[in-house]
Each structure stands twice: as structure tokens, then as C-alpha cells.
Write a protein of this length. Structure first.
Length: 489
């Protein structure tokens, strides 16, 4: 966040605008609407500014800028066309610790005037930190269409009844639910229909209803591989409503930033040296504890909770302990990473099926699995395989997978730092080490992976060097150990 957002109470406070042209005129108009005491310094004024001065709505300092104009001011706006003068005003204002906005010059400004969506008393401000005001205006236009003008009346109504709401709904979660009902229910509808008395009657009737004890619940949220744009609307709603957020280590900060500011966020990923079962037991205990206290718990997992995410185990635990739950599916990493790398998992000419596999499993070797992975027209998508690339490469080749089979490794898929390494299966592990590939990364093996360099559109990519037989690494410690990894995938 480049700028710290705030809303200033300028009611009755002195604000200096230097300049008397059309730009200054627009600034004065918005300042007057906020109740500021506006002082305009300039040798000339536009006709509307002259009218404001004649009506004594502003104070006009007739002449060129003088440093003493800054005395007793709260804010300063420099709206002249003379950059040297603007720079001088900015320097003097900074010396006095006055916040200053130099119109169309973010370098000289210590605050920016945002684009505004006015639904008084609700105000929505959009800022590009002064770098792209046209884009900020376009965003404002889109937001304008989302909020009916009656929402200002709803805010005013809620403000009048705020003490009553706090008294009738002492629990924070109950108050949040009540305010959600105000926004989405019949009170808001009555205001849209210009029926304020009916809206007030409905609000009072709702407050008089007896309260029920809050019931805890858990929602299992698939957060996708990292790009916040891939969140479903239900996932975003859960993040906005949850009291407690239990999240894995790989859930991106950009997604967690969308959560309620007052929600408690607890990272529950596996700790160094910790047993997976111990980690899962801790997650179960936290879900049960918080839900038993009547809290709304969002259990947030990267990708999709039902694809190698142990989501099924968590639902079994919740069902066993009679905790209400629901599931919000997420975009699993194989689908998202492949799409962001330009790799179609299936293709009419190259692959008629796709297989999702993991490097972590609970069962020993399943003999029939390996043969089915050698199909020429199948795409293999391996999760959590970065630490197993040598086993994966040698075992597939030893059992008949051609060394020239294309691969693509997508590191940090869908995130700004995404990298894609592509090449042939023979030498894949060496190339991954040379390019310092790290988790999280998705490994795709099959003919479709050859399309990565041709269809790439996001992030960066690199070609693996061509390997030969001498590049093959040492054999796994035991054939059965490598076979076990592949078979249980």
C-alpha cells in the first residue's frame, strides 16, 4: 500500500487553494461540500469562483502567493500551472508540516485527492496514488453502478439506531449478521422504493425479536493456487464473514488480505520436523474448539481441499463431532497452473485423458498403476513432486516412458512470480536443479507440455538444456521405493 487511506473532517477548518482557474474551481467545489472554510489565493478567478467570493462562501486573497498565506491552514492545494511556484509552495508547506496536494504532480504532493463515489454519508474513495487518475475515474464509474443512491439513507438509518442495535445484538457476530440483513433484506428494499417509514418499522420489528444462541460452523474453502482472481464468490464471502481463519502455509498473502480485518488468522501448515498426523490433529482440535464457541471458522486450503488436501478427513472429523459444515470448492493447482502456463491438459491431437498424482501417499506399491501411467496419449500432473523429480524421471524412463517425452514444471503457478521450465523427461531433474526450482510447483508430463513455449502468456519461462544418457542420475536406492512413489500416485 503506497498511500495511507484516511477521511479528513474539514468541517469549519481552513484550507488554502492556490490558483483561480478551472482546476481550482473543481477542488473548491468538493471542499465546500465537505464544510471546509476555503481560502483561494490568486490574482484572477473564474466566474464561478467569483460568485463564491461574492456570496462569501470563500475568502479570496487577491494577488500572487505569499508564504504567510499558509498560516493557520490545515490543508493546502496548489492548483497553478507554474511548476516552479507549485514546488515552492510544496516546500514551504512541508516545512510547516502541512499536507499538500499539487494537482497532477504526485512527486510534490504529500496527499492525493481520490476519485469519489458519493452516497453520503457513505463515501467510497479510489486512488491510484496520483499516477493514473483516468484509471481511478474508470474504476469509480464501475463502482457507481454497484450502489443505489438509497444506500446513503440506509447508512443514516443504521447510524440513528446504532445504540439500539448494539444493545439488542451485544455479540459482534450477531451484529455483523444484523447489518448484513439490513443491507440485503427488506429494510434496504423499502428504502429503494422510497418508503422510509416502512423501512424503520421493519428495523424496529427485527430488533424486538428474541435472540438465538449463535451456532458455530466450519466452511472448508478452496483458495486456488494463489491468484486472488481465481477465488469463487462463495470463497470471498466466507473470508469476509469468518471469525477464525485456519490457513495452510501456501495460501497466498494476497488472498488472506481479502479477509475481514478483525478476523483471527492462524497458520496451521506443517511445521519443520512435525509429523503430518500431528499437524492434522491440531487442525481438528482448532476447528472443534472455535466452532464449539459459536464461531464461524473458515478452513482455507490452497488449491482445492478435495484434491490431495485431506479435506475428506476434516469433514469426517466434523461429522463425527456434529459440527455443521459446508464446502466451497477451489480451482485445483493442476487446472490453474496448466492454464497459466498455456498447457492444455487434454488436446484432440495429443492427450485424451489426464491423471492427477501426488508424491505423498499412504499405501505401498499398487502394481497395476504404473502401466496405466505409460500411456502415450495421457497427461500426467504431479503435485508435491519437486523433491522427487529424480525418482520420477528415472522410474518412468526405466519402465518405458520415452526420454523425449515433454515436461513442464510450473513454479508458483498463477502468482506474479510464476516461472515455467520446459524440456524433455530425460534430464528433467538436473534442469530443475540448475534453474533452482522450488515448491510450490506443478509437474506436467506428456505431449501437451511441448505446447508451453508456444502458448505461454503469463510469467516467465525457460527451456531445459538437451540431455543425453550421461545426464541420467544415480539409480534410486531401491527399485521398490521408486515404484512405490509412482504407483500410489
Amino acid at each position: 500500500m503506497k498511500l495511507y487511506p484516511l477521511f479528513a473532517d474539514l468541517q469549519g477548518r481552513r484550507v488554502l487553494v492556490v490558483g483561480g482557474g478551472p482546476v481550482a474551481e473543481r477542488k473548491v467545489k468538493s471542499l465546500l461540500s465537505s464544510g471546509a472554510q476555503v481560502i483561494v489565493g490568486s490574482p484572477t478567478l473564474t466566474d464561478p469562483l467569483q460568485n463564491h467570493a461574492q456570496q462569501r462562501e470563500i475568502v479570496h486573497l487577491n494577488g500572487c502567493f505569499e508564504p504567510h498565506w499558509l498560516d493557520a491552514m490545515w490543508l493546502v492545494i496548489a492548483a497553478t500551472e507554474d511548476r516552479d511556484l507549485n514546488q515552492r509552495i510544496a516546500a514551504l508547506a512541508t516545512e510547516r508540516r502541512l499536507l499538500i496536494n499539487v494537482v497532477d504532480d504526485p512527486v510534490l504532493s504529500t496527499f492525493q485527492v481520490p476519485s469519489i463515489v458519493d452516497r453520503a454519508p457513505l463515501t467510497i474513495a479510489i486512488s491510484s496514488a496520483g499516477h493514473a487518475p483516468v484509471l481511478a475515474r474508470r474504476v469509480r464509474e464501475r463502482i457507481e453502478s454497484l450502489f443505489d443512491h438509497s444506500i446513503g439513507s440506509l447508512v443514516s438509518l443504521a447510524a440513528r439506531y446504532r445504540p439500539s442495535i448494539r444493545k439488542a445484538r451485544p455479540d459482534l457476530r450477531q451484529r455483523r449478521e444484523f447489518y448484513d440483513w439490513l443491507l440485503d433484506g427488506p429494510v434496504s428494499a423499502a428504502l429503494r422504493q422510497q418508503q422510509p417509514k416502512q423501512a424503520e418499522h421493519l428495523l424496529e420489528a427485527a430488533l424486538s425479536q428474541p435472540l438465538k444462541s449463535p451456532q458455530g460452523r466450519v466452511v472448508l474453502v478452496g483458495a486456488g493456487p494463489g491468484d486472488p482472481g481465481l477465488l469463487t464468490l462463495n470463497a470471498l464471502r466466507a473470508l469476509n464473514e469468518a471469525d477464525i481463519i485456519l490457513h495452510d502455509r501456501l495460501v497466498s498473502p494476497a488472498i488472506l488480505d481479502l479477509a475481514r480485518r478483525d478476523a483471527v488468522q492462524i497458520e496451521v501448515g506443517k511445521r519443520p520436523g512435525e509429523n503430518h498426523d500431528h499437524t492434522q490433529a491440531r487442525i481438528h482440535a482448532l476447528m472443534l474448539s472455535h466452532a464449539s464457541q459459536g464461531q464461524f471458522v473458515a478452513r482455507v486450503k490452497g488449491g482445492d481441499a478435495f484434491v490431495f488436501g485431506r479435506g475428506g478427513e476434516e469433514l469426517e472429523f466434523l461429522r463425527e463431532h456434529n459440527v455443521p459444515y459446508e464446502v466451497v470448492p477451489g480451482v485445483t493447482a493442476a487446472l490453474a497452473c496448466a492454464a497459466y502456463a498455456g498447457v492444455p491438459l487434454t488436446h484432440r491431437d495429443y492427450a485424451q485423458s489426464v491423471r492427477l498424482a501426488t508424491a505423498h501417499c499412504r499405501e505401498d506399491t499398487l502394481p497395476d498403476e504404473l502401466a496405466s501411467m505409460l500411456s502415450e496419449n495421457q497427461t500426467l500432473a504431479f503435485y508435491m513432486a519437486v523433491g522427487q523429480l529424480e525418482w520420477l524421471e528415472q522410474t518412468l524412463i526405466r519402465h518405458g516412458k520415452p526420454g523425449d517425452t515433454p515436461f513442464a514444471i510450473i513454479e508458483n503457478g498463477t502468482r506474479p512470480e510464476q516461472r515455467v521450465l520446459h524440456g524433455n523427461l530425460l534430464g528433467m531433474a538436473i534442469s530443475a536443479r540448475e534453474h533452482q526450482i522450488v515448491s510450490p510447483a506443478m509437474v506436467l508430463i506428456g505431449k501437451v507440455a511441448a505446447l508451453a513455449p508456444k502458448l505461454e502468456w503469463f510469467g516467465t519461462s525457460a527451456a531445459a538444456r538437451v540431455a543425453d544418457e550421461t545426464d541420467l542420475l544415480h539409480e534410486p536406492e531401491s527399485r521398490s521405493e521408486a515404484d512405490s512413489f509412482i504407483a500410489c500416485a
